[in-house]
Design a protein around this ligand. Structure first.
Ligand SMILES: *[C@@H]1O[C@H](CO)[C@@H](O)[C@H](O)[C@H]1NC(C)=O
Ligand SMILES: *[C@@H]1O[C@H](CO)[C@@H](O)[C@H](O)[C@H]1NC(C)=O
Ligand SMILES: *[C@@H]1O[C@H](CO)[C@@H](O)[C@H](O)[C@H]1NC(C)=O
Ligand SMILES: *[C@@H]1O[C@H](CO)[C@@H](O)[C@H](O)[C@H]1NC(C)=O
Ligand SMILES: *[C@@H]1O[C@H](CO)[C@@H](O)[C@H](O)[C@H]1NC(C)=O
Ligand SMILES: *[C@@H]1O[C@H](CO)[C@@H](O)[C@H](O)[C@H]1NC(C)=O
Ligand SMILES: *[C@@H]1O[C@H](CO)[C@@H](O)[C@H](O)[C@H]1NC(C)=O
Ligand SMILES: *[C@@H]1O[C@H](CO)[C@@H](O)[C@H](O)[C@H]1NC(C)=O
Ligand SMILES: *[C@@H]1O[C@H](CO)[C@@H](O)[C@H](O)[C@H]1NC(C)=O
Ligand SMILES: *[C@@H]1O[C@H](CO)[C@@H](O)[C@H](O)[C@H]1NC(C)=O
Ligand SMILES: *[C@@H]1O[C@H](CO)[C@@H](O)[C@H](O)[C@H]1NC(C)=O
Ligand SMILES: *[C@@H]1O[C@H](CO)[C@@H](O)[C@H](O)[C@H]1NC(C)=O
Length: 835
């Protein structure tokens, strides 16, 4: 027993930077108990180092060493040795080791796993299937699962892709985990160690291709020099069974090809793309194919030449076809619209652009459809396009990087959101038509189909910028493999692999994660109104007004009395009519529309009563308070795990959860202030606009500080903040605290902009109780804003401060760069009060 405890605590001291993700192979408590049951050799049935089968052997060896401290040798024949793990393809196994007749039929990428005592068989239909089987076996061992099993596991869909929105200059669009691991200075990086490590993580969850460059594609990705660089990436991916794919710029023939047209029917254009494709396959024989964003958000496309999207997609499908490559053609096509037209609706665009084209796409084209009809919002109804393409293969596009959902600075476990779409029944022809059965090809009998996930990892050792965000990547792979998987059980596999087997660790992280998306929805945008983030700037903090009065079509149509998009057929945009009749009827009628999408489908008064019995406006107020309150508990839940998680990860996550707790209050107050101001309807619970424990900075005695009207107004308490009078003046704000003597948490709300690192000091009766620097651009690894707004607004809390009635509070702010040491308010919080 003592030995076990030592082992367990040894595992905790090791600092962990996240690089290995869930593939840590951490020592298993009590491992010695199992040592004699483990296989004592590994037979990997391919001796070529670039083979996934070879890699499977090395992973198994590394895993047994890490998890059990057991050294096991690898050979490449001798497959009949007893007490061994044999890993290879079914074909190679039957050739070298005798019959495999007893095995069930496997599909591409599928595997057979059998563990009988210390004799383990891992057989793939192809080489990467064998590697997937090895990772599954290692995942069992790392979780302390020693069940005897014998089963076949096949992916439900062939397309299990990652999209990376990496630019050639090394930046990543919507990336929050550092610079690109693939590109810098216009070309491919020379050191591809991280690219190989990425492929390893992806292979371990069954993902099989990566589109390495941004969908807003730079044509120069296709220069001969870059094709050579891409070939190097493909070379490091290949041993992991991961294929490389590319985003294309539709106008490339004119941008880098010297042609005067990119018309998809022009023979010179066709010849140009055929040559490019041949060049790519010459260097990358297992090249997976192209991803195309055309006629979308300013990108060029076939519509320029009055050609259809199908003609545009087939332009690429034809040269890829002989090589077995595919085209992922994005359905994210829409035009700018005019809000004064009540019937205009961006949500209708995809069906309108694609519906006449079903059946016109070549067989190796897959239409890649975002889960909802707008753009990765916190809740959207299922894209109706999934019901329209019966003779065209489709894939669902999910977003792992949290563009609209907190950008990895907020914990949001996404699979419960994805499941609202994957499990949605579109009732095509009055028959069960779950989205997950449509994308796997089952419902409409398609051979292609699957998932594309926008991941955007970067050079940070945590990959996504946050340790906890990695659960989303892990779960994405598991759901791409089988979209019927359960989000919570997948999550718990990830927790065990990432943080170990301690019951309280598993329970706590499970609870935080499962509550995180509902909480985020509550304190950002609820009832189907969309995320209510700033859509014109960073997509991060609150700015509900940014949704309206522009051509982007993410409108809320909020005015003084009413809110929501009327998407009914009888009186609105007609969007509900894009669904099959049973679903259309449900959404057409407000009585059968679920509350959580009511404002997506209907325009109603703030006083409209929901099924819950609350009015819309009171639901807004209550949900925002409740969501922010839940976010506070993530921090205290995490603190209960101190000592059970290594300090490096504990502290990093603690920092982020502290940030989230503060920023959730920024969200809560901004949204509530905004709609209170617009509707004039008070909060029944009298919380909105009423903050008895707050001292506004603008009401303090100021020296070297001046007041500043924040824009948007709702992102400052009482609409006003203070900033130093110049960028070199030290400011002082003083006040007497008139609260009863006692112990309080002292929260200071301020703005942390990039382009400066101001310094603040807090004094109580001239005794310094704390100080901090506005350096979230470094600590969060995220640069939200150069303004005072809902992105830069944040909070720091000093806990357990003893305050006597009449004490003088003084804050000294030293500006830096463009950041004028901004302050919004101070909250003096008695125990249990969140404000
Ligand atoms: C061994 O691996 C290499 C590289 O993946 C592959 O080309 C070869 O076909 C494999 N050999 C067998 C017998 O599977
Ligand atoms: C393993 O055993 C099978 C049947 O028992 C036999 O056919 C095969 O030749 C053996 N392979 C090796 C490498 O010994
Ligand atoms: C152990 O792993 C097998 C195979 O993946 C799985 O079916 C089983 O549910 C696992 N058992 C436990 C207790 O997790
Ligand atoms: C390549 O990068 C890795 C880290 O990702 C580093 O450990 C290694 O030293 C680098 N190799 C070279 C040759 O610079
Ligand atoms: C094909 O592309 C290669 C590389 O860009 C170029 O060198 C060659 O001239 C092209 N061939 C044709 C026929 O356009
Ligand atoms: C575009 O194509 C449609 C149908 O093929 C045709 O009716 C229309 O006249 C064309 N428009 C232009 C500007 O060429
Ligand atoms: C499904 O498609 C295949 C061809 O890909 C065809 O042979 C088969 O009959 C189809 N099945 C059904 C149920 O339509
Ligand atoms: C990773 O990001 C964090 C901020 O989130 C930063 O403190 C750290 O230095 C970064 N590490 C690397 C290796 O980029
Ligand atoms: C019907 O549409 C009009 C705009 O055309 C709108 O003003 C009105 O509020 C809608 N009526 C209902 C009951 O939603
Ligand atoms: C919505 O509010 C307006 C203005 O107060 C009122 O005229 C209208 O009757 C209300 N509509 C409903 C359906 O309650
Ligand atoms: C709110 O701000 C105004 C000026 O912007 C100021 O006069 C008023 O005192 C402030 N209210 C509080 C409660 O500090
Ligand atoms: C301070 O402001 C002055 C005048 O606007 C400007 O020239 C100077 O660059 C600023 N200093 C910093 C450090 O931003």
């Amino acid at each position: 027993m003592r030995r076990l405890l030592l082992l367990a605590s040894a595992a905790l001291v090791a600092a962990e930077n996240g690089l290995d993700g869930w593939l840590r192979y951490a020592p298993l408590p009590g491992a010695s108990r199992y040592l004699h049951d483990l296989p004592s050799s590994i037979v990997s049935l391919n001796a070529s180092e670039t083979s996934p089968v070879y890699v499977a052997g090395s992973e198994l060896q590394k895993g047994l060493q890490g998890i059990f401290g057991k050294q096991v040798s690898i050979s490449h024949q001798n497959c009949n040795a007893s007490s061994s793990i044999v890993v290879g393809t079914v074909d190679e196994y039957s050739k070298l080791c005798g019959s495999s007749a007893a095995l069930p039929e496997l599909e591409q990428d599928g595997f057979w796993l059998s563990t009988k005592g210390n004799s383990v068989q891992i057989l793939g239909r192809n080489e990467r299937g064998a590697l997937y089987g090895a990772f599954e076996y290692l995942s069992m061992l790392a979780q302390g699962n020693f069940s005897q099993v014998a089963y076949a596991n096949n992916p439900r869909a062939p397309i299990r892709w990652v999209n990376q929105w990496d630019n050639l200059d090394g930046s990543i669009e919507r990336g929050y985990g550092g610079a690109s691991i693939f590109f810098e200075n216009g070309g491919v990086v020379s050191n591809l160690t991280r690219a190989a490590q990425y492929a390893r993580l992806l292979a371990s969850i069954g993902l099989n291709a990566v589109v390495v460059n941004n969908v807003n594609a730079n044509a120069s990705i296709l220069t001969p020099q870059n094709i050579e660089g891409l070939g190097r990436i493909a070379d490091v991916f290949r041993p992991y069974g991961v294929q490389l794919a590319l985003s294309l710029n539709f106008a490339s023939p004119t941008i880098i090809g010297g042609l005067s047209t990119y018309d998809p029917l022009d023979p010179s254009v066709i010849a140009w793309w055929t040559n490019v494709t041949d060049q790519l396959y010459q260097r990358i024989p297992d090249f997976a194919g192209y991803l195309v964003k055309a006629d979308s958000e300013g990108q060029p496309g076939p519509l320029t030449y009055n050609r259809t999207l199908a003609q545009g997609a087939n332009l690429f499908a034809k040269p890829l076809q002989p090589y077995g490559g595919i085209v992922m053609f994005r359905a994210f096509v829409y035009n700018q619209l005019n809000e004064s037209d009540w019937k205009a609706d961006r949500a209708k665009a995809a069906v309108e652009f694609f519906q006449g084209l079903d059946g016109q796409f070549d067989d190796n084209v897959v239409v890649q459809i975002k889960y909802g009809p707008i753009d990765f919002q916190v809740r959207e109804p299922t894209s109706p396009l999934f019901a329209h393409l019966r003779n065209t293969s489709t894939a669902i596009e999910l977003e792992i990087t949290q563009e609209y959902l907190g950008q990895q600075c907020h914990l949001v476990y996404l699979p419960p959101l994805w499941k609202t779409v994957l499990d949605f029944d579109l009732r095509v022809d009055q028959k069960p038509s779950l989205v997950r059965d449509i994308i796997t090809g089952q419902r409409f009998n398609r051979t292609l189909g699957g998932s594309a996930g926008v991941v955007n990892v970067g050079t940070n050792t945590t990959w996504l910028g946050s340790h906890l965000a990695m659960s989303n990547l892990y779960a994405y792979g598991r759901l791409a493999w089988d979209p019927a998987n359960d989000p919570q059980s997948v999550l718990q596999d990830w927790i065990r692999l990432t943080f170990g087997l301690d019951r309280s660790v598993i329970d706590t992280i499970t609870q935080m994660s499962m509550e995180s998306w509902p909480a985020y929805e509550n304190y950002s945008g609820n009832l189907g109104i969309q995320t209510l983030t700033d859509i014109l700037y960073t997509h991060f903090g609150p700015n509900p007004a940014s949704q309206d009065n522009n051509g982007w079509g993410q409108w809320t149509r909020a005015d003084h009395t009413s809110i929501g998009m009327d998407r009914t057929v009888w009186n609105g945009t007609g969007y509900t009519g894009q669904y099959p009749p049973e679903v259309a009827a449900m959404y057409e009628n407000i009585d059968t529309t679920p509350d959580n999408l009511v404002l997506w489908f209907h325009h109603v008064n703030y006083t409209h009563r929901l099924h819950s019995g609350k009015t819309v406006i009171q639901h807004f107020y209550d949900a925002h308070y409740s969501g922010a309150e839940t976010a506070q508990t993530f921090l205290t839940m995490w603190e209960s795990l101190k000592g059970k998680i290594d300090d490096e990860r504990y502290n990093d996550v603690h920092f982020r959860l502290t940030y989230q707790a503060g920023h959730s209050i920024v969200w809560r107050d901004a949204i509530n202030n905004f709609y209170f101001n617009l509707s004039g309807i008070p909060d029944e619970a009298k919380r909105v606009g009423n903050h008895p424990w707050r001292v506004e900075a603008e009401s303090m005695t100021l020296s070297g500080y001046k007041t500043y009207a924040v824009n948007p107004f709702e992102t400052a308490s009482n609409t006003t903040a203070i900033v130093t009078t110049t960028n070199s003046t030290v400011g002082t704000a003083t006040t007497k605290l008139e609260y009863p003597s006692g112990t309080y948490d002292l929260a200071v709300n301020y703005y942390d902009m990039y382009g400066g690192k101001s310094h603040w000091q807090v004094y109580l009766n001239n005794r310094k109780i704390g100080e901090w620097v506005g350096n979230s651009e470094d600590t969060l690894g995220h640069t939200p804003s150069i303004y005072l707004d809902g992105h830069s607004a944040t909070r720091i809390t000093f806990r357990g401060v003893k305050i006597e009635k009449g004490d003088e509070l003084k804050i000294v702010g030293t500006p830096d760069g463009v950041e004028p040491a901004p302050l919004d308010y101070v909250s003096v919080l008695p125990e249990g009060v969140v404000d």
